[in-house]
Ligand binder design. Structure first.
Ligand SMILES: Cc1cc2nc3c(=O)[nH]c(=O)nc-3n(C[C@H](O)[C@H](O)[C@H](O)COP(=O)(O)OP(=O)(O)OC[C@H]3O[C@@H](n4cnc5c(N)ncnc54)[C@H](O)[C@@H]3O)c2cc1C
Length: 475
């Protein structure tokens, strides 16, 4: 006999698990199915984000930052350490512990919110009386019927044609987070957010890292002034970043990987590395979901087609997160999950796609929300710019971390903040104030008149807002 639910969510990444919790909070009987297992075969809910994405990458970025700081910067604070060295096993194990704490946390939250969890693969079978029949197979075998289905099956790394991930020499994000020893030479194909973050981890530990990027412009989606500053600072830190390259046929040998490429000047080059991370984007994942059998519409790239409310072409079948259009970000997936659960419950779920923040967790961090200067120019919008360097911020000087700046773009006539771009210390945290201002359609003057604690990095945001009106006080 099939178990009946109001809502069944397939996938327990940030889109799926958050959708399930919100649905249960709204009084809907809810189940969530997830296939991921840890190395012991136990459930590992949390998706890409928890297992091989946001969380483990930030754990390793933090540890590698401490290592680099200990070796390079502590002496300037008068702290002398001799012989700091890396214990790679502990370095990797700590990351695994952080991941499993998050897996366990989600299982606890499911219990707390009365979400029934099924560990296995979910397949949509057919439309039946009362909803959709779903088969769970693998670790658990169950038949379910759901009034509403939320597909949150996420994404997987895109491979280069003819070059499979072996996770030994050719690494996806998964393998890149568990390299057993620091490679002498590491190559990264793709200098986007993920490539830069993963490259930074191993560079900070001592690897010679070369990033090869096909696009001519570095970080083309980022405000150009910020991307130029980032390129300058990353190169200064020792990352070898080459843009406008065309890679040829990549060959692996027992000793390493050979990457032939044509550089931006048209010269033939060969990069020889111990390991190669391929980070050229991600593709939606719907394997084994039964999409063809039930007529679920997907586009040419494999994304499940949804409308503005995340409804698919099938009645009461919704889809959220990386498997649908829009930025592949955990917090975008979460917002969509919440909105869909609320719509199912008859409420007015809402996602403002214009105020989704973006963060790149490099040193320095890069964060932005809203429009870039190039976008405003292209749209013919008159704007004013205010910027403020961290060099002139007292807290940044105390930290010894003065690279970068805050840049605010505001409408010339109304002063409404249209975009905020930060490169510098704790940019990932500072951007929240900007998101709030954009969400409330606030003005630069609003930020300028809000009292910011002193001494804080957030004063740089206030000063940039003052600079929009050319009245910055500390620069
Ligand atoms: C290295 C890296 C770093 C990242 N860092 C960040 C970051 O700092 N910030 C950020 O916002 N985003 C980051 N991301 C992106 C983020 O991880 C994704 O946007 C997010 O995980 C998408 O969530 P999701 O719920 O849509 O899918 P996923 O997290 O991919 O989860 C999908 C889940 O569905 C399960 N599943 C799939 N099919 C089935 C099925 N048929 N039955 C049962 N289970 C199934 C999968 O096993 C998986 O557990 C990063 C990604 C990577 C790779």
């Amino acid at each position: 006999m099939a178990k009946q639910f109001d809502v069944v969510v397939i996938g327990a990444g940030p889109g799926g698990y958050i959708a399930a919790i919100r649905a249960a909070q709204l009084g809907l009987s809810t189940a969530c199915i997830d296939a991921a297992s840890n190395s012991k075969g136990a459930p590992a809910p949390g998706g890409t984000c928890t297992n091989v994405g946001c969380i483990p990458s930030k754990a390793l970025l933090q540890s590698s930052e401490y290592f680099e700081y200990t070796k390079g910067h502590l002496a300037s604070h008068g702290i002398k350490l001799k012989g700091a060295s890396l214990d790679i096993d502990t370095f990797l194990k700590r990351k695994d512990t952080v991941v499993s704490q998050n897996n366990d946390g989600i299982l606890y939250l499911f219990k707390k919110n009365k979400v029934t969890f099924f560990h296995g693969h979910g397949k949509l079978n057919a439309s039946v009386d009362g909803g959709w029949s779903i088969e769970v197979s693998g670790q658990t075998n169950e038949s379910l019927v759901a009034r509403h289905v939320i597909i949150a099956t996420g994404s997987e790394p895109r491979a280069l044609p003819g070059l499979n991930f072996d996770e030994e020499r050719i690494l996806s994000n998964d393998g890149a987070l568990r390299i057993p020893s620091v490679p002498k030479k590491l190559g990264v194909i793709g200098a986007g957010a993920i490539g830069l973050e993963l490259g930074s981890v191993w560079h900070r530990l001592g690897a010679e890292v070369t990033l090869l990027e096909a696009a001519e412009q570095f970080l083309p989606v980022v405000d150009q002034q910020v991307s130029a500053e980032a390129l300058k600072l990353f190169k200064k830190s020792g990352l070898n970043i080459q843009t406008g390259v065309k890679t040829g046929e990549i060959k692996t040998t027992d000793k390493g990987v050979k990457v032939p490429y044509t550089d931006a000047e048209g010269n033939e080059q060969t990069l020889k590395v111990d390991r190669l991370i391929v980070s050229i984007g991600r593709v939606p994942y719907t394997d084994g979901l039964g999409a063809e059998d039930i007529g679920l519409k997907r586009d040419e790239a494999g994304f499940v087609v949804v409308d503005d409310e995340c409804k698919t072409n099938l009645t009461n079948v919704w889809a959220v997160g990386d498997v649908v259009r829009g930025p592949m970000l955990a917090h975008k997936a979460e917002e969509e999950g919440v909105a869909v659960a609320e719509r199912i419950a008859g409420e007015h779920g809402h996602v403002n796609y214009a105020t989704i923040p973006n963060v790149i967790y490099t040193s320095p961090e890069i964060a932005w929300v809203g429009q870039t200067e190039q976008q405003l120019k292209n749209a013919g919008i008159d704007y004013r710019v205010g910027s403020f360097p961290f060099m002139a911020n007292g807290r940044a000087r105390s930290l010894g971390n003065t690279d970068g700046f805050v840049k605010i773009l505001a409408d010339s006539k109304t002063d409404e903040v249209l975009g905020v771009h930060i490169i510098g210390p704790s940019a990932s945290e500072l951007i929240s104030e900007a998101v709030t201002i954009l969400e409330f359609r606030g003005a630069a003057e609003d930020i300028a008149r809000i009292c910011h604690a002193h001494p804080t990095l957030s004063e740089a945001v206030k000063e940039a807002a003052l600079a929009v009106d050319q009245r910055a006080r500390n620069f």
